[in-house]
Design a protein around this ligand. Structure first.
Ligand code: COA
Length: 132
């Protein structure tokens, strides 16, 4: 799914630190997940993935919408993320959710080396009603 995936330890550290970490289940199978973190009024989506068999069913869109609500509930007003320049699927998803390009980071990724596009979205204040 990823050319340079997170390790089990990376996921374990996120769970232990209490950051927003949502999992989508289909018939007791993990179909997708999203991990974010935040500090003050800024948040970042750190990782998003949907298993190949479950793609194009709206799971990633639902996960991102829910994690934006979770971040809003923690007082976040601006959310950032990085994505590979070649990742057209993810870029289209994020753009449809209101993210726009604000910067590029040269050679940000490994395996293979590639630039990152930095995307940013503002969260409307009324979105933060649910504290997840
Ligand atoms: C990117 C990814 C998370 C999308 O997951 P998904 O559950 O299939 O996405 P959704 O079904 O919610 O699709 C939402 C939108 O994303 C875009 N999209 C998703 N897959 C796409 C594809 N293969 N081609 C073009 N657009 C695509 C579309 O705009 C889509 O909306 P639409 O179905 O109404 O056209 C998934 O392909 C994935 O896990 N990729 C590998 C990991 C990755 O790239 N993660 C993101 C790192 S930042």
């Amino acid at each position: 799914m990823f050319s340079d995936p997170w390790s089990a330890n990376d996921f374990a550290e996120c769970v232990a630190s209490g950051v927003p970490f949502l999992v989508a289940e289909r018939r007791a199978v993990v179909a997708g997940y999203v991990v974010a973190h935040c500090a003050a009024d800024e948040g970042e989506i750190l990782n998003l993935g949907v298993a190949v068999a479950y793609r194009r069913q709206g799971i990633a869109r639902a996960l991102v919408e829910r994690v934006l609500e979770a971040l809003a509930g923690r007082g976040v007003r601006t959310v950032y993320l990085e994505v590979r320049t070649s990742n057209a699927s993810a870029r289209r998803l994020y753009e449809s959710l209101g993210f726009g390009e604000v910067a590029r980071r040269a050679h940000y990724y490994r395996r293979p080396v590639e630039d990152a596009v930095v995307l940013r979205a503002a969260i409307p204040a009324e979105r933060g009603s649910a504290k997840l």
